[in-house]
Design a protein around this ligand. Structure first.
Ligand code: AMP
Length: 112
């Protein structure tokens, strides 16, 4: 997998507002927030997109959801939305798997 802006955030080559970090994952604020609270949860493992995850990644994917939960709670969110854009047509612009966590306002359904 080629280098992305997120691999540079993992390696600390570029700064980010990091909210949580452990051996497997990182959570940091989205630089272009779409809600009062908007952060991203990423695996340190370079998975390009959700569709590329395999059975080997099963516990890692579960871990990312629990990190989303933990940081949402840290941020005081009682309601929040998770989004993973998988592929350019779905809106993915950074090709390192990430989960958007958005909160602090109400959301429409279906999404645009
Ligand atoms: P997506 O379009 O689903 O791939 O989401 C990529 C997200 O990464 C967008 O919401 C961007 O605002 C966000 N983003 C891009 N560069 C950075 C950065 N350096 N720090 C934090 N968030 C970023």
């Amino acid at each position: 997998m080629s280098e992305t802006i997120f691999s540079k955030i993992i390696s600390k080559e570029i700064p980010a507002a990091i909210l949580y970090e452990d051996d497997l994952s990182l959570a940091f604020r989205d630089v272009n927030p779409q809600a009062p609270v908007h952060f991203l949860v990423i695996p340190k493992k370079p998975i390009v997109k959700l569709a590329d995850a395999t059975i080997e990644d099963q516990s890692l994917l579960g871990h990312l959801l629990l990190v989303a939960n933990k940081v949402a709670s840290q941020e005081g969110l009682t309601a929040f939305r998770l989004v993973t854009n998988c592929g350019a047509e779905a809106g993915q612009s950074v090709f390192h798997l990430h989960i958007h966590v958005l909160g602090g306002r109400s959301f429409d359904w279906p999404p645009g």
